[in-house]
Design a protein around this ligand. Structure first.
Ligand SMILES: *Cc1c(COP(=O)(O)O)cnc(C)c1O
Length: 464
């Protein structure tokens, strides 16, 4: 299996290269040169397998000859051992035709654990025998950093430097990162905003003298292999039902819902892919109007979806442009120049055929959390609530009918303040986090400049 870049000017790359790299060298995003296709029988069989077995078979489609399904299965079993649900991603019936796919049973209580745990296993495998380990540098507004740190802690072949904006992430999110005691993990609290953190990371990736000393890597949501892993739960959730379903996906960077699109391209029968957004609704606007235009970012109770531009949208756009890299490049350069782009009619139509989109404002999110609690005693986190509001609206508009699976992307206890404010109940952390607030924290504070962070990387790296 070979991978190509959406911008069309990078040499084709193999699975391992794509695993360990971020952006393609031409600034584009990697995608399989062709979507792997499974027959109806294969899909019926694979989607009824246990999660780790399904993961091995599906990832084998993407890894080609570079790695065997049996090794993938071993890695999956190791990756998901700490999950607190035997099904890994259990599906539960909400009522009627509505289902909830619980993706939050991993070590940091958010869906990012699912991809990140297996990604860490794959990194260790890919780096075996490498002369030098990988130095992963990332910026987080909360969930990604925690998942990466928990997944990579203790790895011999990689180390993680994770930047977060000091004082601007929740206490639970910070403690999940800073209380992990491993000498390959360095938490950096930057005196600035999330945007400052991202700017610093970008600067360090472009820093030639740093790159000469350490082998930099990224694990943010543009990493292709993270998306490939996320396709697995679309298969297993579909396999648990007897007829094709629509999926409702709380969306930020468009990674998770794009994984659903990939599963569909592989042959999985899926009705609508429903993009659920909070008040930062760029994806709803582009799906409905064909115009992609960022608005100013708003802070909401679902911070992992507070984005201005959805980086993985470029992957969908590439497909919607019939994989014409010239057309894609023209759109992206218009976007860089004018700050917005207007899709061609054919591309906009293709997208609207497969994706529905709805938004939830802050009062609707709180109302949903409260209504669900009052009706059934069940607590959901604000990201999940965005999806459930969107599902109600899409059903009312008849954009969705039949079975629908809403993705529950975080455990309610990860966002206790918002849940408490909405319904008056503070969700309890699972037993294994009982002492989270008593554990010692380790972090380094840094001013918001790349030079200071660079010094920290060079002085703390094990690979220099
Ligand atoms: C990251 C995240 C999302 C958004 O996922 P994307 O792949 O960026 O669209 C939604 N909910 C939670 C809890 C997240 O952590």
């Amino acid at each position: 299996m070979m991978y190509i870049s959406t911008r069309g000017r990078a040499a084709p790359a193999g699975f391992c290269d794509v695993l360990l790299s971020g952006l393609a060298p031409d600034g584009g995003l990697y995608l399989p040169a062709e979507w792997p296709r499974l027959s109806g029988e294969e899909i019926a069989r694979i989607s009824r397998l246990e999660f780790c077995d399904a993961a091995a078979e599906i990832l084998a489609c993407f890894a080609g000859k570079e790695i065997s399904a049996s090794l993938l299965r071993e890695m999956a079993i190791a990756a998901y051992a700490p999950f607190d649900a035997p099904e890994i991603t259990p599906l539960r019936r909400l009522g009627g035709d509505d289902y909830l796919l619980e993706l939050f049973h991993g070590p940091t209580l958010a869906f990012k654990d699912v991809a990140m745990r297996l990604l860490a296993q794959l990194y260790d495998w890919a780096l075996e025998g490498a002369a030098k380990g990988k130095t992963i540098i990332g910026a987080t507004s909360g969930d990604t950093g925690g998942a990466a740190i928990a997944a990579f802690a203790g790895s011999e072949k990689s180390e993680v430097f994770m930047l977060h904006p000091k004082g601007k992430i929740s206490h639970v999110q910070r403690r999940m990162m800073t209380t992990i005691d491993a000498d390959n993990i360095v938490n950096i609290a930057v005196e600035g905003t999330f945007d400052d953190c991202q700017r610093i990371v970008k600067n360090l990736f472009a820093d030639a003298s740093l790159n000469a000393k350490v082998d930099l890597g990224g694990v943010n949501s543009i990493n292709w292999v993270r998306l490939a892993i996320q396709t697995v739960y679309y298969f297993t959730a579909s396999g648990a039902l007897d007829s094709p379903a629509s999926f409702v996906v709380p969306t930020g960077n468009f990674g998770d819902v794009f994984a659903g699109y990939v599963a569909k391209r592989m042959g999985l029968p899926v009705n609508m892919l429903c993009v659920a957004v909070n008040e930062n609704d760029i994806m709803r606007r582009v799906i409905r109007s064909g115009v992609y235009r960022p608005a100013s970012a708003r802070q909401t109770s679902s911070p992992s979806m507070d984005i201005q531009v959805a980086s993985n949208f470029e992957r969908l756009l590439f497909d919607a442009c019939e994989r014409d890299a010239h057309a894609l490049c023209a759109l992206m350069s218009a976007f860089e120049k004018d700050g917005e782009m207007t899709l061609g009619a054919a591309a906009a139509e293709k997208i609207a055929e497969e994706f529905a989109a709805e938004r939830a404002d802050e009062s609707e999110v709180a109302g949903k959390i409260r209504a669900l609690y009052e009706a059934s005693g069940m607590l959901v986190d604000p990201h999940t609530a965005v999806g459930l509001v969107a599902l109600d609206k899409l059903r009312a508009a008849r954009a969705v009918s039949g079975k629908a699976i809403a993705l529950a992307t975080a455990h309610p206890a990860k966002f206790p303040e918002a849940v408490e404010k909405a319904c008056g109940v503070t969700p309890a952390l699972p037993e294994r986090f009982k002492d989270l607030h008593a554990r010692a924290e380790t972090l380094i504070e840094a001013p918001a400049d790349a030079a200071s962070v660079r010094d920290i990387v060079l002085s703390r790296s094990r690979f220099v």
